[in-house]
Design a protein around this ligand. Structure first.
Ligand code: PLP
Length: 263
């Protein structure tokens, strides 16, 4: 093969497909392109979805997930992993095993329910998320609904957000990024490893087209880590990116439009 430009950092998303292109692997790969890394995907589930909600979910067999992962890890190599929708306890367990066996940092977005209220993770998978997936995470990025589901802590203010972050850290990720975007007022997130505490604030943008924000944030963090940034630096840059993407989110279909990756 002829010599060419050096390869960019390689980032793998292990997540579901959103046929509407706003969230899931589609948002992940767009984010990775914006961060100048090479995006790769292990598909866990296919959703039939548009701006109005999720009409159907089809999980892939565990063997198909393992095979996709091995194919890219054996040849191309992975410098950071992002996980999103994992759908079932079986898939959560299999992905957690893969993460535990790699040295690459892992950003775990413990996706539970879509903005429309559609379940993207079986209730029966919650224990596996707590016991297997979170311990394998470098950074776990739950929103407030996911925090409540996983820890039982209902966040209403910054004090309870700190309690929630501690409860997430108890499951074993190195860092917890608790996303407070569902609270009124500024969009305030807390990043902590139990020792350091970083409060990240952005003004709330009135734009309601926010489909895919969680996927975008987690993929941006993974891209920064693959590019050699530390966790704090990567999260600060990711928050800035997602804030801009929300400000430029656009209407699409009759429901909630996507954040924009080309701003
Ligand atoms: N669909 C898929 C495949 C996802 O992975 C996610 C979120 O992670 C969603 C939908 C929900 O996205 P949102 O809650 O931003 O609407």
């Amino acid at each position: 093969m002829s010599p060419s430009a050096p390869a960019p950092a390689r980032v793998l998303t292990v997540a579901g497909s959103d046929s509407g292109g706003g969230a899931g692997i589609q948002a992940d790969l767009k984010t990775m392109l914006a961060f100048g890394v090479h995006g790769m995907s292990v598909l866990t589930a296919v959703t039939a979805q548009n701006s109005l909600g999720v009409r159907g979910v089809w999980e892939l067999p565990v063997e198909a997930v393992r095979a996709q992962y091995r194919a890219v890890a054996d040849d191309i190599g992975v410098q950071a992993v992002k996980t999103g929708m994992l759908a079932s306890a079986e898939l959560v367990g299999a992905v957690a095993e893969l993460l535990a066996a790699t040295d690459a940092p892992a950003v775990v977005d413990p996706v539970g329910v879509s903005k429309h209220g559609d379940p993207l993770l079986a209730e029966s998978a919650l224990d596996s998320v707590r016991a297997k997936l979170l311990p394998a995470a470098t950074v776990a990025t739950p929103n407030l609904d996911e925090v409540a589901q996983l820890t039982g802590v209902q966040v209403t203010d910054e004090r309870s957000m700190r309690r929630a972050a501690d409860a997430v850290l108890d499951f074993g990720p190195r860092w917890a990024l608790v996303k407070g975007g569902h609270l009124p007022g500024d969009a305030v997130d807390l990043l902590t490893d139990g020792t350091e505490e970083h409060w990240l604030r952005a003004p709330r943008h009135p734009n309601g087209h926010t489909h895919g924000t969680g996927c975008t944030l987690a993929s941006a963090v993974a891209s920064g880590l693959a590019n050699g940034q530390g966790v704090v630096e990567a999260v600060v840059a990711a928050k800035e990116y997602v804030t801009g993407a929300i400000a430029h989110g656009f209407p699409l279909g009759a429901g909630i439009g996507p954040v924009d990756h080309a701003w």
